[in-house]
Design a protein around this ligand. Structure first.
Ligand code: HEM
Length: 341
């Protein structure tokens, strides 16, 4: 029996530090992007090996527009551009992104070192769309002051919720990822009595106990399938911000086996349900970005399919040289083979 493809580290437990990089691939930068994706596992091991307690990991995601530019391989069934939503009061915007790198560790310096390697390799081949450095806040709270992540699935339930299976065999072991960068109106939020905040979230603030509301954030994000069973996603939200600039945010990231589940949650939040016209968390949180990616299995990255138009090996021998990447792009680590740390 064939062994199951090894996923990327999407199931890594919550860490204390993260960096989120969203990039677009420039015309002609595809080969450089492919080279980096193929080497990502090795780069992560090279930096993480010396600090095993740091639990450094990196998940790479591919955006819908980039798939056919990077791979001569069937598209993942659920990969499409992020669907923007315009609700009565709030908007979920769709923003560009060909590559996502979700770096996690117990130390920000490890994420930083790996992000530096990734960007060094991609320089000239990509344009930066967004970079966010996230941190664990107090006892795993978001900047609204509530414990965030409690109801994440764990163990076999997490694998079941997050990894593509037999429904799309060419992509088994992969996962869909939706990211949104939210900025909070913290002054407005903090002006609410705690009781009102708790009704909006659906949990108590100090003790993190679920409340029985049908129009809270928790209620709107409790989604059931056709058989009535609850459908989970795996969230790894991180607070970020700059007190000096008055910026206080939550970087939302949700992994799922099919994007449908996260998309249903977003529709409930932005377009409302019979119980609520919208999620009132949005009265204090503005989504500045929104992008959907597909994170292939680790095996897929280790043995990348051919580039589009590369044909068979025999064709390739006769084919012209691939388009060159911009001159300043270092396609490989430093000539001495060091990581340049
Ligand atoms: C639950 C915060 C955005 C999906 C929660 C909880 C908090 C929270 C505090 C309760 C504890 C927990 O179970 O984690 C936030 C903040 C957001 C945000 C600050 C950004 C402003 C989103 C988005 C989605 C989402 C965009 C989905 C598209 C969920 C789900 C739950 C949850 C599925 C668990 C519901 C359950 O109890 O079954 N969130 N969230 N959240 N959130 Fe969010």
């Amino acid at each position: 029996m064939a062994t199951e493809p090894e996923p990327q580290s999407v199931l890594s437990p919550l860490t204390t530090a993260a960096i989120f990089l969203v990039l677009t691939v420039e015309e002609g930068g595809e080969d450089t992007a492919r080279d980096l994706l193929a080497d990502l596992g090795g780069l992560t091991r090279a930096i993480g090996f010396g600090a095993p307690d740091g639990r450094l990991s990196c998940v790479a995601g591919i955006g819908s527009d980039a798939w056919d530019r990077l791979f001569d391989h069937p598209r993942p069934a659920g990969l499409h551009p992020f669907t923007p939503l315009q609700g009565p009061r709030h908007r979920a915007v769709s923003t560009p992104g060909d590559l996502l790198f979700h770096l996690r560790a117990t130390r920000l310096d490890l994420c930083f070192a790996l992000a530096g390697q990734i960007m060094g390799r991609l320089r000239g081949a990509v344009a930066l769309q967004d970079e966010v450095q996230g941190f664990k806040y107090l006892d795993v709270r978001d900047l609204l002051g509530f414990v965030d992540g409690t109801e994440n699935p764990v163990g076999p339930a997490a694998r079941e919720a997050v990894l593509v299976g037999a429904e799309d065999p060419a992509h088994a072991g992969g996962s869909y990822v939706i990211v949104q960068k939210y900025l909070h109106d913290l002054d407005g939020w903090n002006a609410l009595p705690v009781e009102a905040q708790e009704r909006i979230i659906g949990r108590t603030k100090a003790t993190n106990i679920e409340r029985d509301e049908d129009d809270s954030h928790v209620a709107l994000n409790t989604v059931t399938g056709p058989d009535g069973e609850e459908q989970d996603i795996l969230r790894d939200n991180m607070p970020f911000g700059s007190p000096g600039r008055g910026e206080f945010g939550t970087y939302f990231i949700g992994y799922s086996r099919t994007p449908d589940v996260t998309e249903q949650m977003l529709r409930n939040m932005f377009l409302g349900t019979s119980a609520a016209p919208h999620d009132r968390i949005l009265d204090f949180s503005t989504a500045l970005t929104g992008t959907l990616f597909y994170a292939p299995s680790a095996d897929f990255l280790d043995d990348l399919p051919d580039a589009p138009g590369s044909g068979t090996a025999a064709d390739a021998a006769a084919a012209p040289a691939p388009a060159s990447v911009p001159a300043q792009a270092p396609a490989r680590p430093a000539p001495d083979g060091s990581l340049g740390i």
